[in-house]
Design a protein around this ligand. Sequence first.
Ligand SMILES: Cc1cc2nc3c(=O)[nH]c(=O)nc-3n(C[C@H](O)[C@H](O)[C@H](O)COP(=O)(O)OP(=O)(O)OC[C@H]3O[C@@H](n4cnc5c(N)ncnc54)[C@H](O)[C@@H]3O)c2cc1C
Ligand code: SF4
Ligand code: SF4
Length: 493
Amino acid sequence: MDNTNSRFCLICDELEQESHLAEDIRIDREKCCNCGGCVGVCPDDALVLMDTELKVNIEKCTLCRHCLLFCPVEAIEIGAGDSPPHQPETDIIHTDVVVVGAGPAGSICAKYLAQSGVDVLVVEKKQEIGVPKRCAEAVDFSVFQKVAIEPHPLWMIHRLYKAILHAPNENCVKFGALTQMESGCIIERKVFEKHLAKDAICAGARYWLKTTALRVLKEKDDVYGVVVGHMGVEKTIMAQITVAADGVDSKIAKSAGMDTINPLNSYMSCFQYEMAGLSNIDEEAIHLYYGSTIAPGGYLWIFPKGNSLANVGVGINVLKSQDKSAKHHLDSFIGNHPIIFKGASPVEINSGGVPVHQTLETLACNGLMIIGDAAQLVNPVTGGGIDLAMLSGKLAAEVAVDSLHKNDVSKKSLSTYQNRWELLFGKQLKRMHRLKKFMGNLSDDDFNRLADILSSRNLQDLAEGRFSGFVKLLLKKMPSLAKFAVKFLKSNS
Ligand SMILES: Cc1cc2nc3c(=O)[nH]c(=O)nc-3n(C[C@H](O)[C@H](O)[C@H](O)COP(=O)(O)OP(=O)(O)OC[C@H]3O[C@@H](n4cnc5c(N)ncnc54)[C@H](O)[C@@H]3O)c2cc1C
Ligand code: SF4
Ligand code: SF4
C-alpha cells in the first residue's frame, strides 16, 4: 500500500500531501458523541456509524482530514502516533457530595441533598440521561408520593390495575389492585429519568454528563472522592461523601474495596422488545408467564403501555437455560403466540442484567454510601428495582445531610443509612428472597397445580411477604408441597 496520500481537498481545492499511515487516524471514544456528522462529510465512505460505535475503514481512508475539521468535539486525531503521549489535563474540584450515576437512585439522592443546601455534583457516563433504557417501566404508583414526585402525563403514561399470572400450561390466576394507590403504572423511563434529574438540578444539584467515574480517591480506609474522565480530560473530584449510584455495572464500590460481585446464579439475564401492534391482550394488566421452557428460573412479561404498545421481555437464570439465551426464549414465545403478536413488531430492543442476590453486606464505609442496584436493592421475585433505588437514594441523602452537619462522615455515622434501611425494608426483602428460593425449586407441574388453587388474596399475601395463609392452603390442598414450603418460607422474620 502506498503510504503517501496525495489528493485534492474537497473543501479548499488545494492539493493535500499527507505522509501518515491511514492507521494513524484515531477516534477518541470518550469524546465522540455519535452524531454521525463525520460520516456525512467523508468523501471516501471510510466512516460508518454502527448504532453508537464509529468505525474507520483504513483501506478506504485517504487522510483528507475533513472529518477532523468537521468534528464538533475534536474526537478525531490524525497522526497522533507521532506526537508525544497525551498528558491528561487534571483539574481538582471540591464538593460536599459526589454522586456517581444519574439513574433513579442517584437523581433522587441528589435532589434531597440539594434541597438541604448540600453542594452536590452528579457524574453520569452516558451522554443522555435515561438512554438506552434497560427497563420494562412498571412501577408501583404509591412510590411517587414517598419520594415527593408529582406524576406527570409526559412520563406517567399508563395505569395498570391487575396482574395475570400464567402457569406453564397457560392456565391463569388474576390478581387485582384493591385501591388506586395499590395499582401500578407504566412510566416512559427515558422521560422519567430526565424529569428526576431536572428536579435535582432545580433544587441546586450540578450534573456532568459523559463523565465516567474511574476510581475512588482513597487513603487507608477513607474515601474522599473520585477520579473521572470527562471527554478525554481527567478530573479529580474531592468530596466529603461519595455516593455509588452506578447501577448493576457498579465499579465504584468495588474500587473502594467492597465485594460487589453478582454471582451468575443470582443475576437474571434479560432481553426485551418494546413492541407495537399487539392485539388480544388486556391492557389494564401486567402479564407474567412462568415455566421451564418459557423462562427457566425467571419469568416472561408483557407490560402494556396502552395504544397497542407493550414491553415484552424475559429474564432467565442462565445456569438453568441449557445454553439458550434470553433472546432465544423471547423469540420462541413470540413465535408461539400468534394471537397476540401477529402484526406486531419491535420499536426498540433492550437488554440488561438484574441482580437478584441478597443486598450487599455493607452499604457504607468511611466517606462512601452505596444505593440502588449498585447495592443490589432489587425485589428478587419481580426483578423490580426502581422504587427501591429511589427510596434508598432518599434515605442515603437524609443520613448524608445529618452526617455533614455533625462533620462526621465515618463508616459508623454513614451506616445509619444501612440500619434504617434494614428497619424499613430489610425484613421484606429477606422474605422475598425466601419466596424466590421456594419458587426456584418448583417444577412446571407444581406451578400448574398452584395456578388451580391460588386465589387473588393468596397472591396478594405472597407479594407482601405474608406466607402463613399460603402454607395453610398447601397443607390442605397440596400436602406434598407444604413441607417444602415450610422449609423455605418459615422463619421468624
Ligand atoms: C430488562 C430490565 C427490565 C427491568 N424492568 C423493571 C421494571 O419494570 N420495574 C422496575 O422497578 N425495575 C425494572 N428493572 C430494574 C431497574 O431498571 C433497576 O432496578 C433500576 O434502574 C435501578 O436504578 P439505579 O439508579 O440504582 O441504577 P441505574 O438505573 O442502572 O443507573 C445507574 C447509572 O449510573 C451510570 N453509571 C454507571 N457507571 C458509571 C460510572 N463509572 N461513572 C458515571 N456513571 C456511571 C449509568 O450510566 C446509569 O445511568 C429492569 C431491569 C432490566 C435490566
Ligand atoms: S463528528 Fe465527531 S462526534 Fe460526530 S460521530 Fe464523528 S467523531 Fe463522533
Ligand atoms: S480523513 Fe477523510 S477519508 Fe479519512 S475518514 Fe476522515 S473524512 Fe474520511
